[in-house]
Each structure stands twice: as structure tokens, then as C-alpha cells.
Design a protein around this ligand. Structure first.
Ligand code: 13P
Ligand code: SF4
Length: 366
């Protein structure tokens, strides 16, 4: 029976040891009714409670497969939305702190994308015949729905190359949002010249492009970026290589093109984890992605004599991922035990339907 929801104010100052103990007790009571999905960027103390971990693609697949009634998502808002869209109606995705958003995802919104589409129509005519909209999974559900409704698709850092192939096989151009860097790196790897990948600035008329530039572009790159990954610079790599000439550099494709080009490997958080974990003992790694993942790998792999180093001299973390902490997790789980679903993520049915179309295309292609 639901009771009055337990207020968060009683949890905010919960000592760490007590929070751990209460989370474990709540999990025992919930049993298989709750599953904890956890992104690799989560803080260590939350990550240790995960049932399943992964990058965005893996977590989307896991959310679609679980039988748990409650999918407690230790990640950010768009990930919980995807879990809601791909799970069954009787299941509920829960985000322990609603302030856990993604600043990159917020760089595109439906009003701006629709205006972009109209402006492209004025230059190119019938955009639904000429341009495939591709949204990075780091985007709100209504943008995924826009893609679903316009013959488009969703991509992640893992499957972007296959998705862009799919998109370009259907229409001559791609509108890629919101991350210009993932779009540029993907196009670059396919051999698309840089001058055929134009940046669309959503705050300027016609994206700040001339009609000729729009006509010439094969990929229109939305002017969005990740504030964490933009911190990494090629100089960090050059300096490190001088110290570790036999070392390896691995980065996430949200880094700039110059950083990706200077790296030995580029891929998703799961890819980064897998590659470094499988590497020979005693190897040295410089990693361009969020600090929590890098520190976890450094600790886990130290006994094998591997060194794993964060790329930037300035500490930069994903502040929104950090919002999910032990007090919020304890509060969420104890409320579920008491029959109260706090912070459910429910995508409106009309958005969910078309967003599911774009996500289903992605899962099929990848
Ligand atoms: P992954 O899908 O590679 O985990 O990336 C998600 C993300 O937000 C990286 O900043
Ligand atoms: Fe968004 Fe960047 Fe955080 Fe990833 S690291 S969730 S892209 S803000």
C-alpha cells in the first residue's frame, strides 16, 4: 500500500555507511522487482550497487530486456527516458535525481530543430526526401520522436558509423544533432571531406550558412558539444606521449576531431573499458573521457601493472551524472519499498510512439 512519500530532506545528510546499509536493506526487500542500471560515469559509491552497467547502447538494450517492475536509472535524464520508451507499460523507469540532465542534450530542442528543418526546406525543398535527421541518443525524447516522424534514426557513440551509413544510403544529406564532434568524427572516418560537413548554428538564421554551403554539405553538424570532453586538447596527448612513447591514447568520440585524430583508439565508454581491460599487463594508457570511469579503471587495473591516466590536468567531471548520490539512491529505494514511486520518468505517449520508431530503427541497424 502506498504511504505518504518520504521526504528527501531526511536523507540529504545521511552518513555514507548508513546510506550503504539502507540501500542494501531496501534492495533485499525489493528483490527482483527493482533493477539498478548504472552508467560508467557514475560515482564509485553508487556504481558498487549496480546490477548492470554499460554505455548508452548497452543500457538501452538492457532496459528493453529486463523484467523488473522498477528500472532505477543511475545515469542522466535522456537515458531514463530511453528506458521508459523501450520498457513495457507495466514497468517504470525512475531517475533518483531529476536534476541529472545532460548539458549537451539541452543544446538542441524541438523548436530549434523544427526551425532548422523549415529553413533547410526553403533552401533545398522537401527535406523529407533529401535529409535524414540523426539524433545522438543524448537528446530529449521529443527530438527522437522528430527523427521517427521524418524517416530518421537515433545513434550512440558505439553505432554512429553504421547509422550514418544507413542514413546516407537513404537520402543525400544528414542533419546530425546535437553533438557536432561525434558527427564530424564519424563523417571523417568515412572519408567525407571536412568542407562537406558544415556546422549549423541554431541561433543564427539558416544556421549561419549560405545556400551554397547548405547545398554542398553532406552532413550538417548541429553546434552542440559536451563540456567535459571539450576540455581535452591535443597538447595533453603530445606531452604525455613524450613521457610514455610506448603508451596508448584512447578517447571518446565526443572529443574534438584533433584529439580523436591524435588518439590510438576512439570509442564509447564500454569500448574504452573493454580495450584497456583486455590490454597486456604493464601497458600505459591516457584516457580522454569522464573522470569517474578513468579513476575506476586506474584502480581496477593497478594490480596488473597498468597505468591509466586522465587526459586533462584540470579535473572535469560530468556534474549532472554526479547528482546521483547515495542519499538520492537511498531515498528512491526506500520510497519504492514503501509503495511510493518518486521521480518516475514518463514520456508522453504521443512522443514515445515516434521516439520508439527511431530507437527501433537504431537497434535493428546496430
Ligand atoms: P556512452 O554511450 O559512450 O556511454 O556515452 C554517453 C555519454 O554521455 C558520454 O559523455
Ligand atoms: Fe552529457 Fe557530457 Fe555528461 Fe555525457 S559527459 S552526460 S555528454 S554532459
Amino acid at each position: 500500500m502506498p504511504t505518504t512519500a518520504l521526504s528527501f530532506e531526511h536523507y540529504a545528510a545521511l552518513p555514507e555507511a548508513e546510506a550503504h546499509a539502507r540501500i542494501l536493506a531496501a534492495r533485499t526487500q525489493l528483490g527482483p522487482r527493482a533493477v539498478l542500471l548504472c552508467h560508467h560515469y557514475q560515482r564509485a559509491e553508487v556504481y558498487r550497487h549496480a546490477d548492470l552497467t554499460g554505455d548508452s547502447l548497452k543500457l538501452a538494450r538492457l532496459a528493453a530486456q529486463t523484467d523488473a517492475t522498477f528500472i532505477v536509472f543511475c545515469g542522466v535524464h535522456f537515458m531514463a527516458e530511453v528506458a521508459d520508451i523501450l520498457s513495457r507499460p507495466a514497468q517504470t523507469a525512475v531517475l533518483p535525481d531529476l536534476a541529472a540532465g545532460c548539458s549537451m542534450a539541452d543544446m538542441a530542442n524541438l523548436a530549434k530543430v523544427e526551425r532548422c528543418w523549415r529553413e533547410l526546406a526553403a533552401v533545398l525543398g522537401a527535406p523529407d526526401e533529401k535529409i535524414t535527421p540523426v539524433t545522438y541518443i543524448n537528446s530529449a525524447a521529443d527530438l527522437k520522436a522528430f527523427c521517427g516522424a521524418h524517416g530518421g534514426i537515433v545513434c550512440t557513440s558505439t553505432n554512429a558509423p553504421k547509422i550514418v551509413d544507413w542514413a546516407l544510403a537513404r537520402r543525400e544529406k544528414v542533419l546530425f544533432f546535437p553533438d557536432q564532434h561525434l558527427g564530424r568524427w564519424t563523417g571523417y572516418k568515412k572519408g567525407i571531406p571536412l568542407d562537406e560537413m558544415a556546422v549549423w548554428d541554431p541561433d543564427l538564421e539558416n544556421g549561419g550558412l549560405t545556400p551554397a554551403e547548405i547545398e554542398k554539405a553532406r552532413i550538417l553538424l548541429w553546434k552542440g558539444y559536451c563540456s567535459v570532453h571539450q576540455m581535452f586538447q591535443p597538447e595533453h596527448i603530445h606531452r604525455w606521449r613524450a613521457q610514455y612513447p610506448d603508451g596508448f591514447v584512447i578517447t571518446h568520440p565526443e572529443c574534438s576531431l584533433d584529439v580523436c585524430r591524435a588518439s590510438d583508439h576512439v570509442g564509447s565508454t564500454e569500448f574504452i573499458r573493454d580495450i584497456i581491460t583486455a590490454a597486456p599487463q604493464g601497458t600505459h594508457w591516457l584516457v580522454g573521457t569522464e573522470l569517474n570511469l578513468v579513476e575506476r579503471l586506474a584502480q581496477e587495473l593497478k594490480p596488473q601493472g597498468k597505468t591509466v591516466q586522465f587526459m586533462s590536468p584540470i579535473v572535469c567531471m560530468c556534474s549532472t551524472m554526479q547528482r546521483i548520490d547515495l542519499p538520492h539512491l537511498a531515498w528512491t529505494l526506500e520510497n519504492l519499498v514503501a509503495g511510493n514511486v518518486v521521480n518516475p520518468i514518463r514520456v508522453p505517449a504521443h512522443e514515445a510512439e515516434m521516439a520508439r520508431v527511431a530507437l527501433a530503427r537504431m537497434l535493428e541497424v546496430s
